[in-house]
Write a protein that binds this ligand. Structure first.
Ligand SMILES: Nc1ncnc2c1ncn2[C@@H]1O[C@H](COP(=O)(O)OP(=O)(O)OP(=O)(O)O)[C@@H](O)[C@H]1O
Length: 584
């Protein structure tokens, strides 16, 4: 086992050392009893002669003792399973929690580069593999160690030669296990990867079902799924083949020791020169060998579980080792949210995406004052969304380039920064919950009147009141399907409810008609600083100021009248817009 893998196993087990210690002691006790009981049987068999003399009571003593100790052993063995399997369950729970919490901190690039299906497969099936490794495999390994270290000396004490003969096949078993080890690991890895691919495709197709139907692509998707499913089947069959050879082989070889014992033990008993070896000895050896068969035959299962677990640990560590998106600097400035006014400044802000040839933001400078509503307009790909991401540090901006209330955002605690900005993207996610719970998602304890007030500000209230259960109407899979515009206004109500000094709308009213969008903007609280990223010139023209961007640069700043007076890009866009409106 590689050192790092061993360290990982230790790391997972460390919090549960007391459970492990209790479980191990219980297993030890069960095994001590398991080794002692056959010696009682041996005594009973050797004393059988006494029954002939009428001493039946003597035999019954053995019977009661064996029955009592066997019951005790059964109870202790059960307890050991409860403790040790419990460790696996607890590790499973805490790993899921840990991965989920880590996922919340990962940069958007992780989610862009890794499919949701693959991540889900790691959180479910890989974590389950670790549960089996830390439960079943751990118990089996500890149990095997005890069985061997207690049973073998007991067997040697009866007859060293017969013991040696009966376990002479075990090196063959170990060689077979060794031979299959690497192969099973590769096959397991392949199964897990194919499974991830199937989950990813399934997840993507479920999300894109409307698109599949619109473009009549059912057959293509069916073929693609069939192909991946087929590969998963092949990988599973390959692994099943190896397992189906390995397990019966191990069980069969282990049983040979049984036969060897009957053969040579029987011969020894039949030998007239033998005076010490009795029938009770042979019986005890047979019981002991039987005790060895199960832990030995199960070695194959343990090995597969181990290989699976190790592969899963690697995959889980793969996620856990990704550094969190942006971490707080040492001595990060803690903001007093109530005192933030919402003044935003960019000074020569530059940002280039990793592996991109062109900067997405190229020496961008501006100041937006408290309470201003500023529209950010621009051609597609001009850097508007990147600017919003930079403001929230969803992308890492250089220090001393973006300031809120004069404080460099890279020096603030991330949590504080994000708690003073409400961000509404074009496609906001709504949960399969009621309208009320969706709106108060950012402030779950909000009162009903707050929810209604902000629904009204976002101009969605009238529609909610017409829903079957009004604010208690379910949204999504099991409930009502909202239109694009209704979704956007619900998301806006959610953002308004958290009441932050800064509101960033990233194309967040694109599915809302001009008049409603303009109405919403003009009714926003006057003390809020609003960044309104849009392609909607009508709504933008009503804003206090407009920042016009092109190819990552700011090319014009001013209010509608000022920009129109300047015969450049804005004038051209406005004339086009007027023409479009007149043609509608
Ligand atoms: N995650 C990313 N990785 C690499 N490049 C990106 C990424 N996101 C955006 N870009 C690139 O950065 C540039 C600016 O993109 P951005 O999304 O900020 O433009 P935008 O003005 O919001 O466009 P639109 O109006 O189409 O929404 C574009 O060239 C885009 O291709």
């Amino acid at each position: 086992m590689a050192r790092s893998q061993f360290q990982n196993l230790q790391k997972y087990l460390r919090p549960y050392w007391s459970d492990l210690a209790i479980g191990t002691v219980a297993l030890l006790l069960a095994n001590v009893l398991g080794t002692y009981i056959p010696s009682l049987i041996r005594g009973a068999v050797d004393d059988l002669g006494k029954i002939k003399t009428g001493d039946f009571h003597h035999l019954m003593n053995y019977v009661w003792l064996i029955a009592g100790l066997s019951s005790l052993m059964w109870v202790i063995r059960m307890a050991s399973r409860v403790w040790i399997f419990g460790i696996g369950r607890k590790i499973e729970f805490s790993l899921k929690q840990q991965i989920f919490e880590h996922l919340l901190k990962l940069p958007p690039s992780y989610f862009a580069n890794n499919s949701a299906g693959e991540t889900i497969s790691i959180v479910t099936s890989d974590v389950e593999n670790i549960r089996r490794l830390m439960g079943f495999a751990l118990l089996s390994i500890i149990n095997s160690i005890f069985v061997y270290s207690l049973t073998l000396p007991a067997m040697v004490a009866i007859d060293p030669l017969l013991t040696l003969l009966s376990i002479s096949v075990y090196p063959i078993m170990l060689a077979i296990v060794q031979r299959f080890s690497g192969q099973l690991r590769d096959e397991q890895l392949e199964v897990q990867e194919e499974l991830s691919q199937v989950s990813s495709l399934l997840q993507e197709d479920l999300n894109g079902m409307a698109l599949i139907k619109t473009y009549a692509q059912e057959q293509n998707e069916r073929d693609a799924f069939g192909k991946l499913n087929d590969r998963l089947l092949d990988a599973n069959l390959r692994m099943a083949r190896s397992r189906n050879i390995l397990f019966p082989l191990l069980g069969g070889i282990a049983s040979i020791s049984f036969l060897v014992l009957i053969w040579f033990g029987g011969e020894k008993l039949a030998n007239p020169a033998n005076t010490t070896f009795k029938i009770g000895d042979l019986l005890t050896l047979i019981i002991y060998v039987e005790r060895l068969i199960f832990p030995t035959a199960i070695l194959g299962f343990v090995m597969v579980t181990y290989q699976r677990g190790i592969v899963s640990i690697e995959r889980i560590q793969g996620i856990l080792d990704i550094p969190p998106a942006i971490i707080d600097p040492p001595n990060a400035i803690a903001l007093n949210k109530e005192q933030v006014t919402g003044k935003i400044e960019a000074r020569d802000l530059c940002f280039t995406y990793p592996n991109a040839g062109q900067p997405a933001l190229d020496h961008v400078s501006f100041t937006i004052h408290q309470g201003e509503t500023v529209a950010i307009l621009g051609t597609v790909g001009s850097g508007k969304s990147t600017l919003a991401s930079a403001l929230m540090r969803l992308v890492e901006v250089p220090s001393d380039q973006v300031f809120i209330d004069g404080v460099d955002i890279t020096k603030m605690r991330i949590e504080d920064l994000r708690s003073i900005i409400s961000f509404v993207p074009q496609d906001s996610f709504l949960f399969s919950a009621t309208m009320r719970d969706n709106i108060r998602y950012g402030k779950p304890q909000a009162y009903n009147h707050e929810v209604e007030n902000f629904a009204n500000q976002a101009r969605i209230e009238q529609e909610i009141l017409k829903f079957p259960k009004q604010y208690d109407t379910l949204v999504g899979e099991r409930g009502i399907t909202l239109s694009g515009g209704q979704r956007q206004r619900t998301a806006l109500a959610r953002a308004l409810l958290v009441d932050t000094p800064i509101l960033v709308l990233d194309d967040a009213l694109s599915s809302v008609d001009n008049q409603t969008a303009t109405g919403i903007l003009s009714n926003l609280p006057r003390n809020k600083t609003v960044l309104f990223i849009t392609h909607n010139l009508s709504a933008a023209s009503t804003c206090d100021r407009i920042i016009l961007m092109d190819a990552g640069k700011i090319i014009q700043v001013g209010n509608h009248a000022e920009l129109l007076a300047d015969s450049s890009l804005y004038q051209k866009l406005w004339n086009q817009h007027k023409l479009e409106v007149s043609l509608r």
